[in-house]
Design a protein around this ligand. Sequence first.
Ligand code: FAQ
Length: 316
Amino acid sequence: MSELERHFEATIAADHRIEPRDWVPEGYRKTMVRQIAQHAHSEIIGMQPEGNWITRAPSLRRKAILLAKVQDEAGHGLYLYSAAETLGADRGELTEMLISGRQKYSSIFNYPTLTFADVGVIGWLVDGAAICNQVPLCRSSYGPYARAMIRICKEESFHQRQGYELLLTLMRGTQAQRDMVQDAVNRWWWPSLMMFGPPDDASPNTAQSMAWKIKRHTNDELRQRFVDMSVPQAEKLGVTLPDPLLKWNAERNHYDFGPIDWDELKRVISGDGPCNKERIANRRRAHEDGEWVREAALAHAAKRADGNRAGKATVA
Ligand code: FAQ
């Protein structure tokens, strides 16, 4: 083992952070770029399902909250692309990989938002699942990713509470509003469980990512944590989770739950979900529409750099 490898292994073993200045094995760099890029893409594509309701939010207050939430997701994408850049990735190339289908984003954002109750359920379940998955990532071994995750988790907590509060309000409303919430819960529950990824025995990356302390828990452990957390919240809300096999297991000290349709997850990940084509087409259009902004920003940066050089030359 070389000196560099020994230093890397010792840093991981001591639970210290790997920083951009440190040497890392190529496999670690690739895994980190893959996970961070997929995560960043998810945040940016994840703006679309809820963005769909900004112009139709039922009040000024709901519109302001939703606008702030969707803007937060854009911010999360930016921190994450910046973290990927510290590993030598190029943001433009990552975006190209997304829109050409060579990199993934979370399956959950390929489902449609049919009613305003979906906005509440995304906050409650989707942001809830995201928090469950991401709080342990605040202790991930790669410093820039772990630090980005701290702020992201704080903001996701606000997102989850706004979703739950929205749903509580609807549940105190008319029967039609309560039915709308139940319908949204029925549609989002199983896809939310799929967010945690394939089961452990079909997860090719988990073992190595755990050994490198990128991931701190397996997909199934986090999925179970999410189910245990959501059941009492559903009871308080007054909705039924669409799983007849959901039952407290006193021996395991966890809720048992029914089988997940893994074929559906595979289909959605491989591009055949209800909204995959629409999501990518929108992202591609936004990227092309933004071409002139990127050009202008680069021209401005070049002008400033020239100005600075000229300024220094004058002083000298
Ligand atoms: N969808 O071996 P594993 C959010 C892929 S952000 C699509 O288990 P790993 C905030 C996986 O990447 C949501 N692909 O992989 C928000 C791998 O791909 P490969 C995103 C999936 O990495 C809320 C392959 O399958 N969060 O919600 C999915 O060890 C509201 C094999 O899987 C993150 O990205 C899936 N559900 O574990 C925004 C968190 N599951 O190797 C807007 C960070 C798996 O073929 C509104 N990421 N795959 O390239 C992680 O924790 C991990 O990457 C996992 C997957 C747990 C997602």
